[in-house]
Design a protein around this ligand. Structure first.
Ligand code: SAH
Length: 286
């Protein structure tokens, strides 16, 4: 059984959310719009190191190299896609439903001299313009939280070549709590860890790995707040708006995030799946 979910946010809601949060997040956290991955409480890695480490962990699971083409579904401002391309030699197509992010990501690709190999475009990951079986792998890094999961997974499965891998992260209530206790406002919702095997199978994919990485990612919220407090003077000087005002604009999206107060606990999972080849699908149907 999958949990019934609210309709996914519109492109405008996602764009507004990231344009309200983006400048503060970039200053306080960096260009990776995802959780950090720490070895444990004593790990003093910076946000940049911890978020890059999480990217590397997912890249290692994609199993791609030069000659492969990867879809980054929900690419943010492109930092993970650029890292993926430079680590593996693969080509990457990053998509987002925020036109602003497309521009920012293209700018980062140009600055990195990688615009030839890493392309960014506006597209909805639940209904992409790509032909079936056009990608060797798909990455969805903390983006499915904004989507209707079964629809998004079916679309990712459609564009994957047989044998190709899907690697994603998602959030869930760490204590197995109910939907009411999740972070979902208008723009994001959590999944349930237990529903993942069915979600993946429902999209016609074979689940290879489902890992709860919360013990590594749970430091994220407090470190984001530390980052915000560290940069608040510079931010307020540069943008002429207080940090509280920015956080207030996010309240409808994250009702539990009270300004600089309590940090919510959110579980994080990594799922790795592949699209069965015709032979594999036939033998498992037997
Ligand atoms: N993967 C990036 C960004 C994560 S933030 C990173 O790790 O840095 C979530 C991203 O998903 C944002 O870029 C947001 O615009 C994008 N997104 C949300 N809904 C989407 C949809 N339906 N189709 C494509 N992208 C979407």
């Amino acid at each position: 059984m999958t949990t019934p979910s609210a309709p996914p946010p519109t492109s405008d809601q996602v764009t507004d959310y990231y344009s309200a949060l983006g400048p503060l997040l970039r200053m306080a956290w960096g260009d990776n719009l995802h959780f950090g991955y720490w070895e444990g409480p004593g790990d003093g890695s910076s946000p940049q190191e911890a978020t890059d480490r999480f990217t590397d962990l997912l890249v290692s699971r994609l199993g791609v190299g030069a000659g492969d083409v990867v879809l980054d579904a929900g690419c943010g401002i492109g930092s993970p896609a650029l890292r993926l391309a430079s680590l593996t030699g693969a080509r990457v197509v990053g998509i987002t439903i925020s036109p602003q992010q497309v521009e920012q990501a293209r700018e980062l690709a140009r600055e990195a001299g990688m615009a030839e190999r890493v392309e960014f475009r506006y597209a909805d990951a639940m209904d992409t313009p790509f032909e079936a079986e056009s990608f060797d792998a798909v990455l969805a890094f903390e983006s499915i939280v904004h989507m209707e999961r079964p629809t998004a997974l079916r679309e990712m499965a459609r564009v994957l070549k047989p044998g190709g891998r899907l690697v994603l992260t998602d959030t869930f209530p760490p204590d197995g709590g109910s939907q009411e206790r999740d972070l979902s406002g208008d723009v994001a919702s959590m999944a349930r860890l237990e529903e993942y095997p069915d979600l993946i199978a429902g999209a016609g994919l074979a689940l290879d790995e489902l890992t709860d990485v919360t013990d590594h990612t749970k430091f994220t919220f407090t470190r984001v707040i530390d980052g915000i407090l560290r940069c608040r003077r510079d931010f307020e000087r540069e943008h002429g708006i207080s940090v509280e005002e920015v956080l207030d604009t996010l309240k409808p999206a994250h009702p539990q995030v009270s300004a600089l107060g309590g940090a919510p606990q959110v579980g994080c999972l990594v799922a790795v799946a592949h699209k069965p080849s015709a032979a594999e699908a036939a033998s498992s149907a037997r």
